[in-house]
Ligand binder design. Structure first.
Ligand code: ASP
Length: 303
């Protein structure tokens, strides 16, 4: 039987009404009390490193999770993280980029309705997460609403629907069959070599969303940052009226990356003049990456 480390971090899945709104309250051990049949799937040890609404989670918290997994890598067959759904995609992407060539499953799950509440999705998501953590999957993925999504393609697309995550710009890695309950893997990621851990990251990355009438002086203000992502329109590019300030930003030593406000598809700076001029200035296209994936790759120095 597989030996799994469960890491509880808070989120709706572990929340109760505080009188001032939902807030995380249950520990990992308390979550497991709702899963009496789990012992048929795997053996579980619990860690409770934090109890946060995912809105409050920083890159430092995410690195604490990554270190915990890396430290315990030899001791367990797989890992399950119970997490708030709101920034689950950022955690999935960062863990994907810092736990390289990871040849055991690291499964992140959460819920839109707290465990034990009517119509909660929490129990199903947790059971499915433990099944995937006990499977042949390699590396970081999210498991929610029967979907298995690779860590660098996870995006939350709905605030309240139970089926609120999608695999963006890549086929789903697999699913948990609703009839048989079996894990069906479409993709077991290819591993390029020995597992290693990226210990140092630089979280000082800024993301700015363009609006059609953005005040150019806001871009000037960004020169105190070394890495700036500009989320533009469609295939990507810089509006003519912002070209001068963006050029100045790049010349001052800030690296400027361009992505798109479209969730699906890729940033292609070759298609339009506004894109080609941006590229000629030195802006770098983020291609098909989601914002979360791009942020994590930049923090890790891959881009
Ligand atoms: N605000 C909650 C959180 O992200 C939402 C959730 O878990 O679904 O922690």
């Amino acid at each position: 039987m597989k030996h799994i480390l469960m890491i509880a971090t808070g989120g709706t899945i572990a929340s109760r009404q505080s009188g001032r709104g939902l807030a995380p309250s249950l520990t990992g051990e308390e979550l497991l009390e709702f899963l009496p049949d789990l012992s048929r799937i795997c053996r579980v040890v619990v860690e409770n490193p934090m109890s946060l609404d995912a809105t409050d989670m920083t890159a430092q918290d995410r690195m604490q999770l990554a270190e915990l997994i890396w430290k315990n890598y030899p001791l367990y067959d797989g890992f399950v993280i119970a997490h708030g759904t709101d920034t689950l995609s950022y955690t999935a992407a960062l863990l994907y980029h810092v736990l390289r060539n990871f040849n055991k499953p690291v499964v992140i799950t959460g819920a839109q309705v707290p465990l034990g509440m009517p119509d909660s999705d929490a129990e199903q998501n947790l059971i499915d997460a433990f099944k995937v953590a006990s499977s042949a999957y390699c590396g970081v993925c999210a498991v929610l609403h029967r979907r298995i999504i690779r860590g660098n393609h996870v995006v939350k697309v709905h605030t309240t629907e139970l089926d609120c995550f999608r695999s963006v710009n890549a086929p789903q890695a697999g699913r948990v069959d609703p009839i048989t309950g079996k894990v069906i893997l479409n993709i077991v990621p290819w591993l390029g070599g020995e597992p290693f851990f990226v210990e140092e990251i630089d979280p000082n990355v800024v993301l700015m969303k363009l609006i059609p009438d953005l005040d150019p002086s806001i871009i000037t203000f960004l020169s105190k940052y070394k890495k700036v992502i500009i989320e533009g329109f469609g295939s990507g590019g810089i509006p003519v009226r912002l070209e001068k300030v963006v050029q100045k930003l790049i010349l001052s030593g800030t690296k400027v990356y361009l992505t798109s406000q479209c969730i699906e598809g890729e940033t292609n700076l070759h298609k339009y003049e506004v894109g080609r001029r941006a590229e000629a200035m030195g802006a770098v296209s983020l291609g098909h990456r989601s914002t979360e994936d791009a942020l994590a790759a930049i923090m890790c120095g891959e881009l």
